[in-house]
Structures are given as C-alpha cells and as structure tokens.
Design a protein around this ligand. Structure first.
Ligand code: ATP
Length: 450
C-alpha cells in the first residue's frame, strides 16, 4: 500500500516571549530585553500514513495535535525534519481560517477554494453544491463577519470536501456545528473513506474516533505516546486521563479536608438544623450549594467519608458502570436505638440523581459498635460522565438528623461511550421481522396469562 503522508524526524519549536513590562515607560526602557524562551511543541515525530487510512490524532490540550496538522497542511514549517505528501490536501483547521471577515460567503468560497488549489472555473463548477451542502443559500451574499460559528464551520467544511482532495485534514471543528450538520459531516467522511481517501482528524470525542478511525496516534507533550489500533490506544489514553483525574480529585479532597469539620461549641440545634435543611432544598432547585454544610444534634457523628474503587483503592474518579463503595466513618457519642445512615448523589448542576438509606433498603442495624464504618457498596455506578457531589447523613427513622453533611465530597465519572442523559440503562437492541414480532407478542401475552 502506498504512503499518503510521511512524517520524518519532525520537530517544531516556538519562541515564547516573556513580556514582564507593566508600563509604557518600562516597555520603552526595556524594549530589547524581552525574555525569550524556546518551547518544543513537537519532538521527533515519525509517522507513515498509508493511502486510504482514517487516522485520529488524540491527546490532551496543548499536546501538539493542531501544530502537527498545520505542518502537514504546510501552514506551518517544521524546525527540523520533513513531511512528504502524496496527493492533493484539503484542510479544515480552526474556525474561520482562510476566510476574510469582510467578504461575503460567496467571495470567501472563491478565496478559500483558491487557497486549497482550485481554479476559478473549477470553483464555479462546484459553487452550487458547496452552497447547498453548507445550507447557506439565504446568507451567501452577506459578509461572513455576521455569520455564527456554526455557519462558519458549515461553509469551511463544505469548501474543504468539495475541492475533491486526496487527503483531508480536519481539526476539531465538527463539534461546533449542530447535530444535523455533524451527521452530514460524518456521512461525507464515510463517503470519503469508501472512496479510499486519506483522512487525518483531531478529535476529543473518543467514541467518534473509535467509530471511524482505522488508526490512532496519541500525542503527549509533543511526542508520540502510542499509536496503533483505535481500541488499544484509546483505552490506554482513557486510563491515563482517569488516573490523572483520580490524582486531582484526591489532591482536592486533601486540600478541602478539615474545612468542613465543625467546632464543638458550634454544633447547631435541631431548630437550626430544620432551617438549614429547608434552605438547602430551596437552593438545590437551581444552584447547588457552593460549600459543604453540616447540621444535626451530634449524638452520632460522621468523622470521615471516603470512596473506593473496584480494586479497593481510595478513589474519586470512576468509570461509568464500575463498582464504587462509599465508606462512612462514625462515632456514637450516646447510644441510640433508631439509627439510619443515608446517601444522596447530586450532579454539579444540582440535579438530585439518587438517594437512599438503610431504612429504605430495609437494612436493619441491630448492634452497632460505638465507633465504626458503614459502607454503601454500589455494584455499578451507572451515572453518565460528569462531576457529582455526595451528601451523607446519620439520622433517626423520623428524619431527625444526628449528623447531616451535604457536599461532603466531590467525585467524577468518565465514560468510554457517549450516550446522553443522567444514567446508563442496561439495554440491548434486536431487529425482528413482522412475523417474529407477532410471535414475540404472543409469547409476552402467554407469559402474562401464566
Ligand atoms: N504560534 C505559537 N506560538 C507559540 N506557542 C504555540 C503556537 N502555537 C501553538 N503553541 C503551543 O504549542 C503547544 C501545542 O499546541 P497545539 O495547538 O498544537 O495543541 P493541541 O494538542 O492541538 O491542543 P488543543 O487540544 O487544546 O487544541 C501548546 O502549548 C501551544 O500553546
């Protein structure tokens, strides 16, 4: 198979100017003393992309993906190394690149197409298709400075695909368009794949990369961390993202540790507790409480709350569907007979996602040591990707709080699948013909009768 793009020992250095002057006077005096630092955005990249491959460039912000794409499309030049290209390249980089804001959409089509190597006559031949694909008929003679970001991206994508390139380079612009346009872009990309074109695109949406790429290159600090089949590379990348997130959450928890502890003398009364509870519920409708909040009569005190992952390691970052354990450490200052432990999980926009307690779950607490740990063991935490907050409480069966602790900790969920909503429902899909459907109905009906 012949090679479409070959990147050989490529590195790119930027000069970063550290301008420390504060005033005009300082600028004039120190104009030639600006401190300049070298920054290597890419280091020793070697890649060989075969013709017809769809390649995803992944990596965290600032890892060098766009810089690599710009060098391949000859917008930037490498500091060392070289790029060999086999075929006509069309690029869709950041929003509005290659557009003049004062020109109309129509004028920009000609400008953009000429940058991408099309003659005026060729552009005229494709003009109708470009406008139709971009769905900009009504606005095509307006200056593009009046366009929305979605309109910009539609026009840019439309030109980029209609110049009939051999190699299509797309930075993460698809995320800007609406769902209908994203679908159209994907159809076009799939059509390109069928026609054996080479596509290199930058994406943060791993499910998209998984779906359409044959090959993935993962950049980290300007170097290739891994490359190969999408499943393997994406899993390694997501594992690293998850472990960094876990570290961050642990550090944040350590930082906030102690902030929510209450002082002996400040223990609120039951009356205060009732008031605060009400306050909390009201705030919860629109804006979750910004800080942790505690109240109760302190006969049973929650001394610490921790979360653990499926390996039993303390963790505040979980993959959707994995087990999670909430451990509530308590001390009983006075023996109590009707103790209930509860949890509440809130999304960062305040949505109450789940709540339960030992009473609802009919978990009878018969003899409780004066000091111990109660664990809520969740088999699969099915919330979708996002930030969540945990409330824990020890209270009587009537709901009188011994210790009620809102937002006692924050945790995050990440997911390799991009379904939407609040929680993942375990499900499957089947396709049935009409006769099978009828059989199935009969079966369900018979089952009901039994
Ligand atoms: N013209 C420039 N001058 C100086 N530094 C630059 C320039 N362009 C990019 N950089 C730096 O190079 C690094 C890589 O940037 P690049 O845009 O390639 O990253 P990226 O992986 O595409 O990030 P993102 O996912 O946020 O788009 C960043 O630290 C960025 O600040």
């Amino acid at each position: 198979m012949s090679t479409a793009v070959e990147v050989i020992n490529l590195s790119k250095k930027f000069h970063l100017y550290q301008d420390r002057t504060q005033t005009l006077k300082e600028m004039i005096i120190f104009w030639n003393r600006q401190k300049m630092e070298d920054f290597w955005a890419l280091r020793d990249i070697n890649l060989s992309i075969p013709r017809g491959a769809t390649v995803g460039l992944i990596g965290r912000n600032g890892s060098g993906k766009s810089t690599l794409l710009k060098i391949i499309s000859r917008i930037l030049y490498p500091t060392t190394g070289e790029v060999k290209i086999n075929g006509r390249v069309s690029t869709l980089l950041e929003l509005g690149a290659g557009f003049h804001p004062d020109f109309t959409g129509r004028e920009n089509i000609f400008l953009n197409a000429s940058i991408l190597g099309l003659s005026r006559r060729e552009t005229e031949r494709h003009l109708r298709d470009i406008i139709d694909f971009a769905e900009l008929e009504e606005f095509i003679d307006n200056p593009v400075r009046n366009y929305s970001s979605g309109m910009y991206v539609r026009l840019g994508f439309s030109v980029a695909v209609h110049v009939d390139p051999d190699i299509l380079l797309v930075d993460e612009v698809m995320a800007v368009g609406d769902l209908a346009f994203q679908k159209k872009c994907l159809e076009k990309i799939n059509e390109f794949r069928r026609r054996g074109k080479t596509i290199i695109f930058v994406a943060h949406d791993m499910s998209l990369v998984q779906r359409i790429c044959d090959y993935v290159v993962w950049l980290e600090h300007g170097e290739i961390k891994a490359q190969g089949r999408p499943g393997e590379v994406i899993n390694r990348y997501l594992d690293l993202v998850a472990s960094r997130e876990e570290e961050r959450m642990l550090q944040e928890k350590e930082k906030s540790h102690g902030q929510s502890e209450w002082n002996e003398g400040e223990t609120p009364t039951d009356q205060d507790a009732g008031d605060k509870h009400e306050q909390y519920i009201i705030t919860d409708q629109t804006d979750p409480p910004a800080r942790t909040n505690r109240w109760g009569n302190h006969q049973v005190e929650i001394t610490a709350v921790k979360m653990f992952n499926h390996r039993g390691k303390e963790s505040y970052s979980f993959e959707c569907g994995q087990p999670a354990t909430i451990a509530i450490h308590y001390i009983m200052h006075k023996p109590v007979s009707d103790l209930v432990f509860g949890i509440g999980i809130f999304r960062d926009d305040g949505l109450h996602c789940y709540g339960t307690n030992t009473d609802i779950d009919h978990f009878e607490i018969e003899s409780l040591p004066p000091k111990g740990v109660v664990e809520c063991q969740i088999q699969s935490i099915h919330f979708l990707e996002g930030r969540y907050f945990l409330d824990v409480a020890a209270h009587t069966k009537e709901g009188i709080p011994y210790d009620y602790w809102t937002r006692c900790l924050e945790f995050s969920i990440f997911s390799r699948i991009k379904d939407v909503g609040v929680a993942r429902l375990e499900h499957g899909w089947v396709v049935l013909g009409n006769s099978e459907r009828a059989l199935l109905k009969n079966k369900i009906w018979r089952n009901k009768e039994q």
